[in-house]
Design a protein around this ligand. Sequence first.
Ligand SMILES: Nc1nc2c(ncn2[C@@H]2O[C@H](COP(=O)(O)OP(=O)(O)OP(=O)(O)O)[C@@H](O)[C@H]2O)c(=O)[nH]1
Ligand SMILES: C=C(OP(=O)(O)O)C(=O)O
Length: 285
Amino acid sequence: MRERTGGKGSVTNAVWSLVVPLKPLALAKSRLAAAVGASRPGLALAFAQDTVAGALACASVADVVVVTDDVLAGAELARLGARILPDSPGAGLNAALDHGARAVRAGRPGTAVAAINADLPALRPPELLRVLDTATAFPRAFLADAAGIGTTLLCAGPDVELAPSFGGPSRARHSASGAVEIALTDVESVRRDVDTPADLRTALALGVGRHTARYSARMQATAYTYDSRTHSGSVLLDDGTPVPFEAAAFEAGGLLLLRPGQRVRIETDGEGPALRITLVTLQTF
Ligand SMILES: Nc1nc2c(ncn2[C@@H]2O[C@H](COP(=O)(O)OP(=O)(O)OP(=O)(O)O)[C@@H](O)[C@H]2O)c(=O)[nH]1
Ligand SMILES: C=C(OP(=O)(O)O)C(=O)O
């Protein structure tokens, strides 16, 4: 069995297979759409990458299986070391998780399996290790999300059915199904799923993985277009990607008032018609 460090120099045998469900990026993170516009699919991928990278770096994780039909996401997550499984049931989140757990156990009967959402960009391996180590004491166990409404991790010991019931207020359903709620208070990165702009601001404050951090950093640009008739425009990222924005008010060198959760600062070298843009920073969350 592979040995890996679990943070702070501890060494333990990897014992869990993690199953990660991921819907097509074009559909993912719909609750972020108003705030981040065209950036949404890219951020959904960055969240999944940081979640998978964090899980693979955890000492008690033997492997990660991502259940997805998204070709781009599959290729990027396989590059990190995940195994990719097509979402052949095509019957929603819980069916995807059951499919992944069955596939894991078809290859290694009796494996301990844990389901983890693909939207934990601040995931820290030592905190995940503490949660999984706690879960080994119970046949089934789960961790509630930061809001105390949903679930971010559901664990099933060897030969125990995963029986996932994710979606909305899943904390109560998992508890009612007999899974034991893990009560650790110092594992916030494992509870911090990102569904809304407020969730994302909290995750950023916690410290997100390199994929999400790099992605948000790309919002530095030096050019933009703005139509004062429609009060809308686009920030042109350094790679030429246009990120649309709407502006209630526009002052060169000042702060654009934009849709909730989105703002742009235009920095220039002076005033007047000949002003030169020096930096455009788009903060979309
Ligand atoms: N493979 C697969 N994954 C899914 C499916 N539905 C949701 N997921 C994943 O399950 C996790 C929680 O899903 P949701 O919260 O419903 O979707 P989301 O994209 O995270 O966010 P919203 O679109 O804002 O609801 C995320 O990792 C999703 O990508 C599905 O039908 N198949
Ligand atoms: C899928 C879940 O989260 P959400 O629906 O909020 O994304 C859940 O908490 O079970």
